[in-house]
Design a protein around this ligand. Structure first.
Ligand code: HEM
Length: 152
């Protein structure tokens, strides 16, 4: 494996883990505090901006590194048509679109409510989107874990 491919694997895995970690932490710990009015608007705005930054940076980092990984490890993309691993990578691309959309909508809901000074509404409105994004994100990491193991 070339150095460039190793770097792509490292960036892909670290970025994916950091993004899903931030999503899960926000959903699990911050949104309940917002729903109880135990959180200031500055913290919520900052958390929502952080999630948006992750989802937008992911639009560059994950497809770029992922495509390079697929080009080098999956027979210049032809291997993507071969089950189960090729199909798993294709599923990863689809789920990446889903988690990006859900993160964007969830963060936008927080911004909209906080702009009107409504902290509890922010916690309520973003909840189902960020919960769904977290579940899909963890599923993506699980698929990544499967792909990084030896072939079944
Ligand atoms: C356009 C989007 C994406 C593409 C094209 C892509 C593609 C790939 C490819 C080709 C691999 C290597 C498979 C192998 O070694 O057999 C991989 C591994 C992986 N992917 Fe993705 N992926 C994308 C999005 C994501 C997302 C959104 C996540 C999680 C949030 C993710 C997490 C992982 C993980 C954890 C691995 C294992 C990395 C390792 O072995 O070190 N990927 N991906």
């Amino acid at each position: 494996m070339s150095l460039l491919t190793t770097v792509a694997y490292v960036f892909h895995a670290v970025f994916a883990g950091a993004w899903v970690g931030a999503l899960v932490f926000t959903t699990w710990k911050l949104l309940p505090l917002a729903r109880n009015s135990d959180l200031g608007t500055a913290v919520l705005t900052s958390a929502a901006s952080g999630l948006t930054t992750f989802s937008r940076t992911s639009a560059l980092v994950l497809p770029a590194t992922g495509l390079w990984m697929a080009w080098t490890q999956y027979n210049e993309l032809a291997g993507l048509l071969v089950p189960p691993r090729g199909h798993t990578v294709l599923a990863m691309v689809v789920l990446w679109l889903v988690v990006t959309g859900l993160t964007e909508v969830g963060a936008a809901r927080i911004h909209d409510a906080v702009d009107q000074g409504k902290v509890r509404t922010a916690g309520r409105d973003a909840d189902r989107f960020l919960k769904a994004a977290s579940v899909v994100g963890v599923l993506l990491l699980a698929l990544g874990g499967y792909l990084s193991g030896p072939p079944l």
